[in-house]
Design a protein around this ligand. Structure first.
Ligand code: NOJ
Length: 507
């Protein structure tokens, strides 16, 4: 394991008298290379970095609404009104991407910055201009834009009409997508329709941990899941039929993709069920040969709904036409992977409002981060990629997020070890034939971490949120990531000189 290489080196030199140079040479020979053409990037999302929440015609989204009306449901009672001020500092952001030497940058668009009414009747020129400026600045330096259409910011007015629980949202979203493809399709070749449907539906509609905090578990979350998949598929087909022939880009979705490991050999089925209710809920309809929600989900929700006295399953079914429209509606699978859970079979009562009969948890002994839910288990990524290969016919994978949280501070050795270990696990999977084409670090810079506010930091660059110009400073991990990207290799003992960050030639 990479983590232990430095210790081994230390022990070898100290106790076994081996020559330092000899061992360093041996370690250097074992340095693993990334495949040719592999794309390295970093990611952000509009609400988390842009600020300018009501500038130049932008209207209210569900996150503006939540943070303004219920401010202290965010840990530090903060909001994204200014955030990292990327609306004004995008040139510095692109400069950071150049400093890191990245191949791609994943960012998202704010729906109401482009369409203030939520609908295409009024296109906001200033909003379009902002994204044109950002995209053009990237193109100028050969950085591929990877654009997410929806990273959780529904127009508040659409929410008032039911949001993702209203079946009409599928057309509202498809119309917005068409405008976006028309405006930016000539320069953007990587599209992500929706970021983390699980968080949108299960957290936003099934609980209170994301906007719009509906808390209607087992009802609204399933309506949301169905509509969101239909919206995604409509968008995919619009691009495929009308834009792909002239622009040739690719379209996918970014799934929240944690790994569920059986607690023991007897718990394989339970962990598998957890996977079906997790990533499977969204990936199975698109990537499995038979399409539709996973069979186990359909059976469990239907049986529990009947036992609870409902006249029909709470899991809203797809029509055959919808199953066919959704199946195959992605050119790649985007995986947002952070962590792993252990799962075991449990007797869930009907009152508990949980449709899977599985409990999942993280042992306290697992190495943690600044976020309660984020434990560092790199082998989980290897298992996840293997699962995706076997269950979904080895699709092209782009890791659209992977990262680690710390408190503020520039010396982030824990983050460095996280990145090295997870990239190493990814290389194991690639060597075994998983079709991984790209890796995207979350995040380029510190940002508004949803209900955690600014209390935890994911950035390769630290942002000083106390200064008006939101100064960005590279962390040690930025220097290490830069070297990985430059050398296209994973050197486990590289120690950067963190004094000056420069832009290398060609960037
Ligand atoms: C997933 C989300 O897409 C992103 O917005 C969030 O900040 C990171 N995970 C870290 O929690």
């Amino acid at each position: 394991m990479l983590l232990n290489l430095k210790c081994v080196l230390f022990l070898a030199v100290t106790y076994f008298g081996l020559s330092n140079t000899k061992i360093i040479n041996e370690v250097k020979q074992s340095i693993r290379k990334f495949p040719d053409g592999f794309s390295f990037g970093a990611a952000t999302a509009s609400y988390q970095i842009e600020g300018a929440w009501n500038a130049d015609g932008k209207t209210e989204t569900i996150w503006d609404h939540l943070t303004h009306n219920n401010p202290c449901s965010v840990k530090d009672c903060s909001n994204g009104d200014i955030a990292a001020n990327s609306y004004n500092l995008f040139k510095r952001d692109v400069e950071m991407i150049r400093e890191l030497g990245l191949d791609h940058y994943r960012f998202s668009l704010s729906w109401t910055r482009i369409l203030p009414t939520g609908f295409p009747d009024k296109i906001n020129e200033a909003g379009v201009q902002y994204y044109n400026n950002l995209i053009n600045e990237m193109i100028k330096y050969n950085i591929k834009p990877m654009v997410t259409l929806y990273h959780w910011e529904l127009p508040q007015k659409l929410q008032e009409m039911g949001g993702w629980a209203n079946p009409h949202v599928t057309d509202w979203f498809a119309d917005y997508a068409r405008v976006v493809f028309e405006q930016f399709g000539d320069r953007v070749k990587y599209w992500i329709t929706i970021n983390e449907p699980y968080q949108i539906c299960n957290a936003g509609y099934g609980s209170t941990t994301k906007a719009p905090q509906l808390n209607l578990k087992g009802i609204a979350d399933y309506m949301c899941a169905k509509n969101l998949l239909v919206a995604h598929a409509k968008t995919y087909h619009i691009y495929n039929n009308e834009f792909k022939p002239k622009y040739g880009g690719v379209v996918g979705m970014s799934m929240s993709a944690q790994w569920y490991e059986p607690e023991s050999e007897e718990q394989v089925e339970a962990a598998n069920e957890a996977m079906h209710f997790g990533i499977g809920q969204y990936a199975h309809p698109i990537f499995a040969k038979e399409g539709d929600f996973p069979q186990i989900m359909k059976e469990k929700v239907s049986a529990k709904s009947a036992a609870q006295g409902y006249y029909r399953s709470r899991l809203v079914e797809f029509t055959e036409e919808e199953v066919n429209m959704i199946r195959g509606s992605s050119d790649f699978i985007g995986l947002n992977h952070y962590t792993t859970y252990l799962s075991y079979r449990s007797n869930v009562t009907l009152e508990e409002k949980q449709d899977s009969d599985v409990t999942s948890y993280q042992p306290n002994s697992w190495p943690g981060s600044a976020s309660e839910w984020l434990k560092q288990i790199p082998w989980g990524l290897h298992k996840l990629l293997t699962y995706v290969k076997h269950n979904y016919d080895n699709p092209m994978v782009i890791i659209t997020e992977n990262g680690f949280s710390t408190l503020s501070g520039l010396e982030d050795d824990d983050r460095i070890s996280f990145y090295r270990e997870y990239l190493n696990a990814m290389l194991d999977a690639i060597e075994e034939g998983c079709n991984v084409a790209g890796y995207t670090a979350w995040s380029l810079m510190d940002n508004f971490e949803w209900l955690e506010g600014y209390t935890v930091r994911f950035g390769l660059y630290e942002v000083d949120f106390t200064t008006a110009n939101r100064t960005r400073t590279p962390r040690k991990s930025a220097f290490v990531y830069k070297e990985i990207v430059r050398s296209r290799a994973l050197d486990p003992i590289y120690e950067p000189n963190t004094k000056v960050m420069t832009i290398d030639e060609g960037h």
